[in-house]
Ligand binder design. Structure first.
Ligand code: SAT
Ligand code: MN
Length: 600
């Protein structure tokens, strides 16, 4: 058991090795008296302590050690079977008035939420160990970097947070004696979905999450703080927290960075770790990862350009479909010091998930702990099984991934998973049109959230589940950001998932997406042709390099086809969101919609 304290004997001076922060101390005292933990462990983020936590987790049954020859430092965690994805119906934005949360978020009055959750948290940690996790989002020295303190009774959360964020004394140093930290309280409770609440109080810089141990619900530095809370901070302070990867592209002796927003489980991690095909590598192309899920963006007042950082320090990536062909960088990243969640376990202590190998293993233990064979009719791994790995494991980590100065963003790409209607790529006419394109993004739902999969849902900027305040204010903030920029990134829309009428994908995706990126980057530099279409600027067939792949020009034409009848239906489907926003709809959105209708 790592060095621990009890609420009665805890000396803050000793625990925090110096001057204790009074604000932190009084908040912790409140939390301990409410939750009543038996033992307290301060997470230092040091490797020796992380190992102690993992070892304790093995004794407690939280972790299963994997084959340490094959997978050094790797462990398997099986969640409660009812706790495998984000639960949006249990996620609330809490403020005195509903207007704050807007029409797309669940809202609860702050007083009611505190009252309800106080009842749930009361004595919830009795007899249990609680972990204090001081963490930083963003690299030390970046103007956007923020401090969070998570208190949790989940060892899985404590061990995972050390991978996903910068945990320990540096966070306390940055905090100093300031009151400016996000108060994150989490208890897994009894994991009863009826008593599950993920409550955000942006006005109090506070998150209370009860009843789930799942990543997006429980690693409070991730969606809860880095998107919902940070989004609200950004609104007030003039920057943006977005559900975007950031990737560096080395091409033609230059380096450009792009940020891309896709809904959960639409291939963001794959795109962020893309390996170009041989013909591109020979020409010096290389893709490097700054971030795979979240971007914090601000305008540099010196040159008026948009810059971005990845606030996280690790990846929480989807496993099914990931293999040495589809994403070798991800495979290398998870080769050591990784926590696997809800995969199958093989007899030799390795892990397996659907799509890891062409041939399934003859037998395994499935993600619920039951014996499994390929013909048993069940999946071996959960469709939302995940890996949690430090980003420094990534062989394609960008050299600026931890740079507090961030990277300049040349293009913003929005994308969804759409089997029909939406073309492979087009460019918005300008920033305002680009915001409209992002705001009307639709995507087929995936296993990353509970609910039906495969239905198209409107997901503005892939942020629908992650907005910490009202969507109208969010869109207005996007429009206003343009005024701060001297030159703005160009905005694009992509869809890797369009199918033909036989149900086959029209575009191979993965590494071949570099061919689309090439056009995008050339457009940003004024070096590629495009034709005007209903939707925006589109490449001609000859503007996309098809050499060395089996895609026929006719397939590409089909992937790019814009059918105005289908688009009228698309426009109507998007009305749902417009109606919800009714009187609050920013006028730029109304104008853009009118312009699109007149083009149709
Ligand atoms: O499930 S998480 O929210 O942690 C990851 C995701 O859905 O993008
Ligand atoms: Mn995500």
């Amino acid at each position: 058991m790592p060095e621990h304290f009890t609420p009665a004997n805890m000396s803050f001076e000793a625990a925090f090795r110096g001057e204790p922060n009074q604000h932190l101390q009084s908040w912790l005292a409140d939390v301990f008296s409410l939750c009543d933990p038996e033992r307290i462990i301060l997470c230092t983020g040091e490797p020796a302590q992380q190992q102690e936590l993992l070892d304790c987790g093995v004794l407690d049954g939280v972790f299963i050690p994997l084959n340490q020859q094959k997978l050094p430092g790797c462990y398997l965690h099986r969640s409660h079977p009812n706790d495998v994805a984000r639960t949006e119906q249990c996620t609330y934005i809490c403020a005195p008035h509903k207007d704050f949360a807007g029409p797309t978020n669940n809202w609860m009055a702050s007083r009611q939420a505190y009252g309800l959750l106080r009842g749930l948290f009361a004595h919830s940690m009795r007899g249990r160990t609680c972990y204090i996790i001081p963490f930083l989002l963003g690299p030390v020295g970046c103007p956007l970097t923020r401090v969070g303190i998570e208190v949790t009774d989940s060892l899985y959360v404590a061990a995972s947070m050390s991978i996903m964020t910068r945990v320990g004394l540096p966070a306390l140093e940055v905090l100093g004696d300031s009151d400016d930290f996000t108060r994150c309280l989490h208890s897994i409770g009894d994991c009863d979905p009826q008593r599950r609440y993920i409550c955000h109080f942006p006005l109090d810089n506070t998150i209370w999450s009860f009843g789930s141990g799942y990543g997006g619900n429980a690693l409070l530095g991730k969606k809860c703080m880095a998107l919902r809370m940070a989004g609200y901070m950004g609104l007030q302070q003039g920057w943006m927290a977005e559900h975007m990867l950031i990737t560096g592209v080395q091409h033609n002796e230059q380096k450009s960075y792009v940020a891309a927003a896709f809904p959960s489980a639409c291939g963001k991690t794959n795109f962020a770790m893309l390996i170009p095909p041989e013909s591109y590598k020979r020409r010096g192309w290389r893709v490097t990862t700054v971030g795979d899920d979240i971007a914090w963006l601000w305008v540099d007042h010196r040159d008026g350009r948009l810059r971005g950082i990845n606030p996280e320090a690790g990846y929480f990536g989807v496993l099914p479909g990931t293999n040495w062909q589809t994403n070798p960088n991800a495979m290398s990243t998870m080769a050591h010091d990784t926590i696997f969640t809800n995969t199958a376990l093989l007899p030799d202590g390795d892990v397996w998930w659907e799509g890891k190998t062409l041939e399934p293993p003859p037998h395994a233990i499935d993600w619920t702990g039951q014996p499994w064979t390929p013909d048993c009719g069940r999946k071996a791994a959960h469709p939302n099984s995940r890996f949690t790995a430090p980003m420094k494991n990534n062989p394609a980590l960008d050299e600026a991934a931890m740079d507090p100065a961030g990277v300049p963003i040349s293009a913003i790409i929005f994308g969804g998973r759409r089997s029909s209607t939406i073309p492979l790529v087009y460019q918005a006419f300008n920033w305002i049109h680009g915001v409209y394109v992002g705001a009307t993004l639709g995507s087929e739902t995936t296993a990353a959230s509970t609910g039906k999969t495969g239905v198209v849902r409107r997901d503005p900027m892939a942020m629908l589940p992650f907005m910490g305040y009202s969507i109208s204010d969010y869109l207005i903030h996007w429009f206003r950001m343009r005024r701060k920029m001297a030159d703005c990134p160009r905005i694009f829309h992509v869809n890797w998932f369009r199918k033909n009428n036989r149900g086959e994908y029209l575009w191979p995706g993965y590494g071949e997406n570099i061919r689309i990126l090439e056009w995008i980057l050339n457009r940003c530099q004024g070096k590629a042709s495009a034709v005007e279409s209903l939707l925006g600027w589109m490449p001609r067939i000859q503007d996309i390099n098809l050499s060395g792949i089996e895609v026929k020009p006719a397939d590409l034409a089909e992937a790019q086809r814009v059918d105005s009848e289908a688009f009228k239906a698309e426009l109507l489907a998007g009305e749902e969101l417009f109606l919800k926003m009714a009187g609050e709809l920013p006028k730029e959105m109304i104008f853009q919609r009118e312009l699109l209708i007149s083009r149709l």
